[in-house]
Design a protein around this ligand. Structure first.
Ligand SMILES: Nc1ncnc2c1ncn2[C@@H]1O[C@H](COP(=O)(O)OP(=O)(O)OP(=O)(O)O)[C@@H](O)[C@H]1O
Ligand SMILES: O=C(O)C(=O)C[C@H](O)[C@H](O)CO
Length: 302
């Protein structure tokens, strides 16, 4: 990808994260899929890039702390909406042999209103080289705001912004599997790059193999599809570069898989934004995520 503005925006929900420690206590952090990618992107990209986050936050102390945390990490917060009567959501990680599961407390979070003001959204999206959003971004907003979000993303795309989408399906956040699947395909239809995981997409859409996942998204007009599969081979296809595969080196130190996909996305996008071919971008994403799963929590100082 060449000649794009060196300005990235990630859109979604960042929450308080409670990550279990070995001694049974919890470490408080701030995390959420698209924010995790923003955090890693800010570290991976050269200094002449900017990375911003768009969401809703409250005006209480924990919301202030979240924004301060973002700024310290080099993620810009200028366009974040502050909503007085709301606050930030919370999630807790549970670990079983390194594989993570989450419990959520996010019903009243300000992020649910991130697409309430179409003008604010359009302004945040304007002039970006790349915008990343996810299935979780789509899940946390209501039906009307989902349509606003898709419309504004389509307008940004028409104006030259590359739109990247990770389906990141969290069934519990959706009213039904049908609505989830339908919305994921609508989101893919406004996107240039789609970054699914085969375990989720295979189960929800009945894809027989990663090639079927690629074919489904390519038929929806997506230029670049990258199908992640834990330690297994990544299958990708790009309109210009054709099919590409990459086999990650399986890790012998899987401590917590939280944000494996988010950090992979950041490594991949940072490589593509600096002009690398797809195969190199797959290698960079894999190398970063392999380090991230070796420690607890979403954000790992790697
Ligand atoms: N056991 C592993 N060993 C080495 N690399 C791994 C392993 N698990 C994951 N990865 C790396 O992380 C990438 C993303 O993993 P995965 O397919 O599990 O993502 P995901 O399901 O989107 O993750 P999440 O949604 O939990 O962030 C893989 O493509 C691979 O490069
Ligand atoms: O599950 C969510 O909604 C989150 O954003 C929490 C985690 O940080 C994320 O799923 C990791 O990929």
């Amino acid at each position: 990808m060449k000649n794009l503005p060196r300005k990235i925006l990630c859109v979604g929900e960042c929450m308080v994260e409670m990550a279990p420690r070995e001694d049974g206590a919890y470490t408080r952090g701030f995390a959420g899929d698209t924010f995790n990618s923003a955090w890693y992107l800010a570290r991976q990209l050269p200094d002449d890039f900017t990375v911003d986050y768009f969401t809703g936050a409250g005006t209480d102390t924990v919301s202030d702390e979240m924004l301060a945390f973002m700024n310290e990490a080099g993620v810009g917060t200028a366009s974040i909406r502050r909503i007085e009567e709301r606050t930030v959501g919370l999630y807790m990680i549970a670990l079983k042999n390194g594989e993570r599961s989450f419990s959520y407390w996010r019903g009243q979070s300000a992020a649910k209103l991130l697409a309430e003001d179409p003008e604010a959204l359009a302004q945040a999206l304007a002039g970006r080289g790349l915008v990343l959003f996810s299935g979780i971004t789509m899940a946390v907003v209501n039906e009307e705001h989902r349509a606003t979000l898709l419309k504004k993303l389509a307008e940004a795309r028409a104006a030259g912004t590359v739109i990247a989408f990770d389906p990141n399906m969290r069934a519990r956040l959706w009213p039904s599997r049908e609505v989830m699947a339908e919305t994921i395909m609508q989101a893919a239809a406004v996107s240039d790059i789609v970054l699914p995981s085969f375990d989720e997409d295979g189960a929800v859409f009945g894809d027989e193999n990663p090639q079927a996942t690629i074919a489904r998204y390519r038929a929806a007009g997506v230029k670049t599809v990258i199908v992640k599969s834990g330690p297994d081979t990544i299958f990708a296809e790009d309109e210009d570069e054709g099919p590409v595969t990459f086999k990650p080196t399986p890790s012998d130190n899987v401590v917590d898989t939280t944000a494996a996909g988010d950090s992979f996305n950041a490594g991949l996008i940072s490589a593509l934004m600096t002009g690398a071919p797809l195969v190199e971008a797959l290698a960079k994403g894999s190398a970063l995520s392999a380090r991230v799963i070796g420690a607890r929590g979403a954000l790992v100082d790697v």
